[in-house]
Ligand binder design. Structure first.
Ligand code: V1S
Ligand code: CA
Ligand code: ZN
Length: 373
């Protein structure tokens, strides 16, 4: 089966929100991505939808009422008082109370819940929400640029219809919020690949494997700086294959954080656009209902390139894509080469240097062999 029914969620308001001057997270990147998707003529090849915005009630299926109520009411002016001087709900500079923060969250979460519904109804084989993937948000607190955990809400929606859901996270950071939400569940397996060691949020060792009934259902793949396409593939494919064989998920949610690309402002990996997209291609060919979400990604032009290319991968038209960029509203940003590519750089791959990649892979596979279904 080479063609897939693809549902693509996009809300044209999303790009206008701003976390504030100097903040690395730029919702505008979703608009630039959409502009490339449009310029490549992909809109005619999929169902393009504006999701119903997530309501406070829906958000409360994971978050506390008190926290959702706070987000609905906080403004830049009242933030100091409402956070008890930055000690509750929003802590530190990572999560400012920016203008419209609640609407931004309702767009992001609405897209992921809508994506889940398109999958469970059978209307789509693959559903995309580049405004989602905000994996650090906790039940009663914002964290790492994430306020509402659209991923957890999307997975909860999938669990209404499916017995088992696999969550895969290729963002450079650990998917801690999603892991924590399902840590004691054997119906959701979480698997995060991330930089570990003096890096935000500091969690995600291979000893963290889930608890109680969920023991063995959290898989962590901690990595070092400079991982290349080849190294990444050599750990991603065997670990995911083993998970598919043992866990047999009814649906997969793939968080496609693009801060794992070479040259990202906050990331420290060395993946090319094609190496990153290889994860999407590998998941697509498994023929399991699939949701693609965004996440991190701080070098805006590379985020847009990669997510546009991954939209093409979802459609199965990546081989027909002209790697010379078509004219688009942001064309001059893509100079000097004006190409759909993210090249690797000359940083050293610390994962192969000391043999740690092989050890991490073997340990993950060993843990999966011991999983009792
Ligand atoms: N790395 C990093 C980083 N940079 C910032 C930052 C920089 C400028 C600002 F004006 C505001 C924040 N914060 C961080 C990290 C959070 C990274 C979140 C990644 C999110 C994701 O890609 O996984 C998913 C969307 N925060 C920290 O390192 C915490 C601090 C410890 C250091 C930075 N200061 C600003 C806050 C505290
Ligand atoms: Ca990750
Ligand atoms: Zn990240």
């Amino acid at each position: 089966m080479s063609k897939r029914k693809v549902a693509y969620f996009y809300d044209s308001d999303v790009g206008a929100y701003t976390y504030g001057l100097g903040h690395p997270m730029k919702p505008h990147r979703i608009r630039v991505t959409h502009d490339l998707v449009t310029a490549y003529g992909m809109l005619d090849k999929m169902h393009v939808l504006r999701a119903k915005r997530a309501t406070p009630e829906v958000m409360s299926s994971f978050h506390t009422d008190e926290y959702v109520h706070f987000l609905q009411n906080v403004t830049p002016e009242t933030a100091e008082r409402m956070t008890f001087h930055g000690t509750r709900f929003l802590v530190g500079e990572d999560n400012p109370a920016f203008e419209g923060v609640f609407e931004f969250c309702s767009i992001s979460a609405g897209g992921s819940i809508g994506a889940a519904r398109k999958i469970t109804s059978g209307a789509a084989d693959i559903a995309i929400n580049w405004a989602g993937g905000l994996h650090h948000a906790k039940k009663r607190e914002a964290s790492g640029f994430c306020y509402i955990n659209d991923i957890v809400l999307g997975i909860l929606e999938l669990l209404r219809s499916y017995p088992r859901v696999l969550y895969i996270d290729i963002d450079c950071h650990h998917g801690d919020g999603v892991e924590e939400a399902f840590y004691t569940s054997n119906r959701v397996m979480t698997c995060s690949f991330h930089k570990f060691g003096e890096y935000f949020p500091g969690t995600g060792t291979q000893e963290d494997r889930g608890r109680g009934k969920g023991k063995g259902y959290a898989v962590n793949v901690p990595l070092k700086d400079g991982i290349t396409d080849e190294s990444y593939k050599s750990v991603f494919q065997p670990v995911i294959s083993k998970i598919l064989e043992t866990f047999r998920p009814s649906a997969v949610v793939l968080q496609c954080g693009s801060d794992s690309l070479a040259g990202d402002k906050l990331g420290c990996f060395n993946l090319t656009m094609k190496g990153h997209a290889a994860c999407v291609q590998f998941m697509r060919k498994q023929n399991i209902p699939l949701i693609l979400l965004g996440g991190g990604g701080y070098t805006v032009k590379n985020v847009a390139r990669t997510w546009a290319f991954e939209t093409a991968c979802a459609l199965g038209i990546e081989d027909d894509i002209d790697l010379n960029l078509p004219w688009n509203q942001y064309f001059e940003w893509f100079g000097p080469r004006y190409r759909l590519e993210v090249a690797e750089n000359n940083m050293e791959d610390l994962n192969v240097k000391d043999g740690s990649l092989e050890r991490v892979r073997e340990k993950a596979l060993e843990q999966l062999r011991n999983l009792i279904p």
